[in-house]
Design a protein around this ligand. Sequence first.
Ligand code: ZN
Ligand code: ZN
Length: 591
Amino acid sequence: MIKKILLLSLYVAAFSACKKDSQGGEQITAKDDAAFSLYEEHFLDDLWKQNPDWATTVGYHKYDSLLVIPSDKNRDQAIHFTKTQMDSLSRFDLSGLSEPNKIDYHLIQNQMESMQWSMEQLKAYQWDPSSYNVIGTFAYILNEHYAPLTKRLRNFYQKMAFIPAYYKEAEKQIKNPVAELTSLAIDQHLGGVSVIETDFADSLKKTNIPAAEQKLMLERAKVSAEAIKAFAAYLKALKNDKPRSFRLGKGLYEAKFKFEIQAEASAQQNYNSAVERKKYLHREMTKLSKQLWPKYFAGKPMPKDSFQLIAQMIDTLSAKHVAPGEFQSAIEKQLPKLTAFITSKDLLTLDPSRPLVVRKEPGYMAGVAGASVSSPGPYDKEGNTYFNVGSLVGWAPERAESYLREYNQYILQILCIHEAIPGHYTQLVYANKSPSIIKSALANGAMIEGWAVYAEQMMLDAGFGNNEPEMRLMWYKWNLRSVCNTILDYSVHANGMTKEQAIKLLTKEAFQQQAEAEGKWKRVSVSSVQLTSYYTGYKEITALRDEWKKKKANAYKLKEFNEKFLSYGSAPVKYIKEAMFVVPKIDTKGN
Ligand code: ZN
Ligand code: ZN
């Protein structure tokens, strides 16, 4: 998992800022890259003005003090904005642009179409109360050290002024909301209000802002916290006789998949492919378990049922794990080993000048993932990249044991590959070398997650873990998780899979613990499509690598593929593919 606080506030619009690019003497008619770059600059500033919360979290801080009221009028303006941008784009000849600019063009176009579709078709602003949570950005302003504290607190204060009107408007917009999303919104608002109520006050004490000003700031925080709690109370009391189902349905699901994943295949095709992959993994896992059985269960009869056989092998191997207090240091020790392995096998060039900092997960992001990478935003290339590791301090022994069995000695190594080297962290270092704000801001999640999963397999294929069957079996289990995420997400949202069927799939066929399966059910009932990004990206990158290998034949080098692939930034795999296979233009007019 990669933690980038992407607040895609799709329905918001700020102060009617749609400039017509054709006005004011800046006629963009040229088909060249210089004109396109100029357009991009315009586009970005307009985009951030329209979406100040999103801007804050990518490191663009000009609009930190703003919060856009989710009114009909502002939504109309946002739709108008997307139409204006599509109109501007249509004046460029795509074939006249460089490969990197072509990708940017596609990304902007997709983003505009996606925003329009969200506002006009999906209409989550009506049925998803959790889409109104403003607290994340306030927490970001408070906790990220991009500017002096005093300045951040003053922006925080100004931004708070919009909170009461914001929630008043939110109440007007909500109609027959999804029950699961309503209770999620209640939890998030009541759980997060401490950012406004106490964390802000605590931070104020650390500054020398004059007492009189501080008093005003605290008063406004009080009013804001009350508005947030009132919204939660409103949701609790809401009479909702005909709640909308949390299931998206086939039509909306396909469309959302198209905009978010930007894959070559449809959601349905992707689901079919995941079902095949699951069968393949089960076959391979059965073979490996049979092979390993005598080593761990000498003399004992082997279970006839292959799922039982695999489950017993995995259970036994999971007992190899670190002690609770050694989790972070085990990760720290792992990283130089990964670097050394990659260098010795010549898999790709690593840049030692951008260090990865392993740290205890900061309190304000604690919760879901045991480990994650947080990267600097596109406007903050000098910022650190962190490997956030959740601490097990204070956990009940039983809970810690279950967690450590999950992240056992094998999976812990795979986790480090995925999150760090050559997974997310390495990919980010490469992405930051391709100087495109568009590609960072509109980063494709399927490419990012797909690369991390692809990297796991690439390392194992190169012999990482001494080709031990134990390591391969455990990776298959881990890979099965991505595959089943895809199957689950599509089945639940497009095919009406029940909770009982879902739990059975995850526990019996993906060998997950009951608690993990229950957590996944909760996630799939409050989100859609994102869970498919891991497998979809992995599948597309692997297919692209195979195609590249075929084309290059004897001249094929894995290192060359890896570096070339990463050089285009966090773009959808299908566009990277287009760029990689481009035929050089021959000037037919000249000689
Ligand atoms: Zn990930
Ligand atoms: Zn144990």
